[in-house]
Ligand binder design. Sequence first.
Ligand code: SF4
Length: 373
Amino acid sequence: MVPSMKNTPVSKKRAPVASFPKSLLAWFATAARPMPWRETRDPYRIWLSEVMLQQTQVATVIPYYERFLTKFPTVEKLAAAHQDDVLKLWAGLGYYSRARNLHRGAQMIVERFGGKMPRSPDTIREIPGIGDYTAGAILSIAFDLPEALVDGNVARVLSRLKMLEGDWRTGEGKRTVWDVARVAVAEVHAARLNPGDYNQALMELGSTVCTPRSPSCSQCPVAAFCAATKNDVQDDYPKLKAKSVSPEWKLRAWIVRDKNKILFAQRGQDGLFGGMWELPTERLEPKTSSSPKPIARVTHVLSHRVLHVEAIEINQPDWRKRFPKNADLTCWSGDYTQFKWLNMDDAQSGSIALPAVQAKILALCAEKTPLFD
Ligand code: SF4
C-alpha cells in the first residue's frame, strides 16, 4: 500500500504546527529563488522552461530561455520557425532532441489544438517530448490541476520523507515514488492548496535544502515529517542501483581545408544531434593509432556514452584521395545528408547549429593553429 502524507510518522511529543504541504508552502513563499518562468502562468513559457531545465542547471538555462522567447515569443512563432533557427538557439544546451520535439510539439499545438495547450493529461502526453514529468509540471503550474511530477529532486525528497526502498528511476521503485507523489498532490488539492506551487516547492526543497549530499535537515521546513531524518539515515536515501559503465567511443573529426574554408556536414534529422552541423567525423576502432598527429583532443560525456574526439587537419586534395566523394566517409553515428564549405568566422558566429562538443573542437583548433587566422 502506498503511504499517505497523512500517515507520515510524527513525534507524539512534538506535534507539527501545520500539515506537511502547508509547512512546505509557507517555506516556499519566502525561500523561492526568483526565476523568469516563475513570473508567468503562460503554459508555453512553462513548457519551454521545463524542457530546457531537463539535465541542465538553472543558471545555464536563464539566458537561453530569454533569447529563445525574444525570438519566439509565442507558440505560433515557434511553430512557424525553420528548424535550423530553433537548433541554432539551442546550440550549447545539449540534448538536441529536446529542441526538435519542442518545435514539432509547437506545430502540433497550433495545427491540432488551435494554439492552446491541452489541459487533458492524456492529450498533453501526445505532444512530442511531453512525458509524465513535463505534463505534470505544465498542468499543475499553468492550470492549477492536481497532477503530480517526479524529477530527481522530488524523488530524493519523497524517498527520504518516506524511506522508500527501490531505485526511483526504474520498475517498482519508480511506480512507488510516482504513487506517493500522486497521493500527496491529491491531498494538496483536497486541502484547497495550489498543486503547482506545491510541486515547485518540492523541487526547490530538493535543489536547495534536501541536497544529494549533506542535506540541511536542521533548516528543513518539513523535518518533522521526515522518516529518514528521524532515523538518522538521510544519506542512505534514495536507494540507487549502480549504473552500468558508459561505453567509450573514439572519434576522428576531419578539419578539411580548402584555402580559408572548412568542410562541414549536416546530420540526418533523426537521432543524436539530428539536423545539426559538425566537422565530418568518423568512428575509429579503440586501438587505431592517431596519424597524422591530432591538433586537438576533446572528451565529451553524453548520457549513454563517452566520446573521445581527436581533430585531424587535412587539405582538400588529400581528403579527395581518401574520400573521392564526401559521402564516402561513414558518419560516426547516423548519416550525413549534405556538406558545405564555410569560413571559420561563419562557422563560429552561429550561422549553423553546432553541438557543444564540435564548437569546443573548433575553438581549440582555432587557438592552436595559425591556419585559421
Ligand atoms: S529533513 Fe533532511 S532528509 Fe528529510 S526532507 Fe528535510 S532535508 Fe531532506
